[in-house]
Design a binder for this molecule. Sequence first.
Ligand SMILES: [Zn+2]
Ligand SMILES: [Zn+2]
Length: 230
Amino acid sequence: MLTKGDFHIHSTASDGELSPAEIIAAAKAEGIDTIAITDHNTVNGINEAAEAGKKYGISVIPAIELSTRYKNEKVHILGYFRGTLYKDSTFQEILKLIKARKIKQVRSILRSFITTEASGNSLSALEGIKFLKTFGASVVLAHPARINQKYLPEILNLPFDGIEAKYSSNSCYDTFYFINMALSNFSYYTGGSDFHTNRKEGNTHSSIGQPYLNETEIKMFLKRSGALLL
Ligand SMILES: [Zn+2]
Ligand SMILES: [Zn+2]
């Protein structure tokens, strides 16, 4: 039985300060039994987290947080994988090119799978959604409450499967608003801390498990996203 989930956590594989194994230990201490490691543009932390998760009895969902843009507004897309295509060599190659900011080359590979856009130094939000879906991910708009109101309605019209309705910096109203939106317009919602560090100073995110998804919410997420549990 999975009762407490944090589906947005960063490790040393991107800009977090704890290794994936340290995150598992910290999650255990907080009473969290399900996590997703969602590093920026990389899946390199997943294996270590899954290994440590087995020892501590914590389920790990393979995931990623992809950086994209919509008309110059930053849009972060969370991808929760249904299978093991995150290990695919083409997927890994594309992530390496994204890290190196070689977006032209990224598009030339992506063109054999999806329709891409003509220009821009970042992937567009739509390209990002299609890219992650091609490799078997269920896609979620990360922290909608942090997105510029001017663009949010258009961004919410993109083909996301879910939205991150519960989020560390949300007001109570934000959470209420986005849960209701998810229940009427999307297949499910997620929630997470966006954990990066335990340091208090200058920390704009919260600690692991704040907020968390409860048993019912985890069940709904797993059923509707089809995400894999490692
Ligand atoms: Zn983000
Ligand atoms: Zn994040």
